[in-house]
Ligand binder design. Sequence first.
Ligand SMILES: C[S@@+](CC[C@H](N)C(=O)[O-])C[C@H]1O[C@@H](n2cnc3c(N)ncnc32)[C@H](O)[C@@H]1O
Length: 252
Amino acid sequence: MDHGIDYGQDAPGLMRGFLMGGGVAGAVALGMFWLGAGLWGMIAAALCGVVALYLFGMGSFMVFESRIGKVRDRNALLASLPWRGDEVVLDVGCGRGLMLIGAARRLTTGRAVGIDLWRAQDQAGNSAEATLANAGAAGVADRVSVQTGDMVALPFAADRFDVVLSAWAVHNVPEVSQRHAALSEMLRVLKPGGILAVTDIEGRRDFQDALRALGAQDVRVEVLHPVKDRLVGALSFGTFAPFTVLGRKGRI
Ligand SMILES: C[S@@+](CC[C@H](N)C(=O)[O-])C[C@H]1O[C@@H](n2cnc3c(N)ncnc32)[C@H](O)[C@@H]1O
């Protein structure tokens, strides 16, 4: 279904760092075993081996999540939302179009708009052109447009979108107050009764509280893979805890 589409690698520098670190630690471990430097040398080699496995595992997991896990999770999330086909949809921090293209496939007369700052450190090969090329490969270019803009000050009028989506983007805004500003902007541009669905890897409790404080209704959190995510959360020292927070803009 996603043949010919490259949604890119998240945090490519971090992913490369894990894999290269794993390679170095593995080479050191093998070298120490080969030199056979006594009991303490063997213990040090074994420790290096564990570090190598950990770093390789984390790097490989990042590749898996970007290429396979996120696409599956996107499909599950979008399948759970009610679609008419005429919605106007916004994907905030769209990157190379994961949510944007998934939503556009569910539209008939509707339109999907992506907004991003195209930061290369957050997404490999990040550009408006790459996103539009993916939309073309998916056969939805006629329903998709992209804009350059900052999520903390969305360049759209209030009450414009039926659905606002965002995947793994809000955590890239460093300041918590600015993340709240981004959530506030997403609610502002939603039509009353419109659906908000924000998927991310950190801020589960904080995003819920912020959305409730901003007046969002029916706020709830979905965790798709509780066991796997708990394991990876522990292995990543709490830096990776994926969730989706869903809510609606209240009708006044
Ligand atoms: C990890 S990527 C995820 C991209 C895409 N949503 C996906 O899931 O494949 C995060 C995206 O957020 C964008 N981004 C970061 N800060 C942003 C900001 N302040 N405003 C808009 N986009 C931003 C980055 O450029 C990047 O494309």
